[in-house]
Design a protein around this ligand. Structure first.
Ligand SMILES: Nc1ncnc2c1ncn2[C@@H]1O[C@H](COP(=O)(O)OP(=O)(O)OP(=O)(O)O)[C@@H](O)[C@H]1O
Length: 309
């Protein structure tokens, strides 16, 4: 039995031309395996093809070419089992205004063929913090409550894999924390999580592996730790004891005086050590009042990989 939650091979999607726009290759042959039990981040600039990929997993968009296996089930050969293995929390809250959260969860469970005796409606309502609102009409729910209900709906059939498409776009900090706490709990219980987010800090914090898509191509896939290591650039920030100018620097070090008077030195750890910079400062007679380092973050990696492509 495969150890992968998702296996995607040669996935292509071309949206047909319409009267106004030309045909669009949204995915240009993507190969991607996602391990069981991971929290996987799918990143990319606007229009990169992330939603297309997620909608193909969800069975909402028909692929043009390629194979998709979900929990080992080929989407074309075993559509029922592959659909049963995955739950999707979509970006937009499309909720029927006249359903209550309890009603919505029941209808969704019905759609997935979950027998009444196996439904976990109360447990899910508690998990998403909507027990109090269980019987209120959806139209009376706040935006945050609707998002939580979307998460609940994605869980009615206890899927092995939960996909969250931009779950925290435009939500307040309290809701964001709650959603992430829920994601962590589900992952601890064994659910594989796949998410897209525009917040790179969030991806850095939540995901153990990351893939970056750009213009329909998968340009990188690695562990978050390796991705962060890729740039291997560091910045040493020195607050001089008295006003100081930049000392002469070798080509391998870039220096900058920041507006707060600190001196920032960027370098690649493979070429330069912090010690070398401190020696340069000592030789230039610059006394140090304080010192700190800044590591590159996912944002730097992302920009380095996607800019100019
Ligand atoms: N139904 C559609 N018909 C035609 N073109 C489409 C359709 N859906 C998406 N596209 C195009 O396919 C490309 C990929 O879009 P997609 O929505 O997958 O990107 P994305 O990475 O999810 O972007 P965002 O972060 O903005 O949601 C874009 O150029 C988009 O305009």
């Amino acid at each position: 039995m495969t150890q992968n939650a998702i296996e995607i091979t040669g996935l292509r999607k071309t949206y047909a031309a319409t009267g106004k726009s030309a045909a669009k290759d949204a995915l240009k042959g993507v190969d991607l395996n996602i391990k069981r039990g991971s929290v996987f981040g799918l990143l990319g600039p606007n229009g990169a093809g992330k939603s297309t990929l997620i909608n193909i997993l969800a069975g909402l968009v028909t692929k043009t070419e390629g194979t998709v296996k979900i929990w080992g089930f080929d989407q074309d050969e075993n559509p029922r089992q592959s659909r049963a293995s995955i739950g999707i929390m979509p970006q937009e809250p499309h909720l029927d205004a006249f359903f209550t959260p309890r009603g919505s969860l029941d209808v969704q469970a019905g759609l997935y063929g979950v027998p009444k005796s196996k439904r976990k409606t109360d447990e899910i309502l508690d998990f998403i913090g909507l027990t109090d609102k269980a019987d209120a009409y959806a139209r009376s729910l706040s935006g945050g409550m609707r998002r939580r209900l979307l998460m609940g709906k994605a869980l009615v059939h206890t899927p092995h894999i939960l996909v969250l498409d931009e779950p925290t776009a435009g939500v307040d900090i309290e809701l964001r924390n709650m959603l992430w706490a829920n994601v962590r709990k589900l992952n601890e219980q064994g659910t594989t999580i796949i998410l897209t987010t525009h917040y790179l800090e969030e991806a850095q914090e939540m995901c153990d592996e990351i893939a970056i898509i750009n213009h329909g191509d998968l340009i990188v896939r690695d562990t978050t730790a390796n991705l962060l290591g890729r740039l291997d650039s560091k910045t040493l920030v020195v607050r001089p004891a008295t006003d100081a100018t930049l000392p002469a620097l070798p080509d391998t070090i870039t220096g900058q005086i920041r507006t707060d008077g600190t001196l920032a030195f960027s370098y690649h750890t493979a070429q330069t050590s912090a010690d070398q910079i401190l020696d340069i400062l000592r030789n230039a007679d610059i006394k140090i009042a304080d010192i700190s380092t800044e590591q590159s973050d996912l944002e730097d990696v992302f920009l380095a990989l996607t800019s100019g492509r």
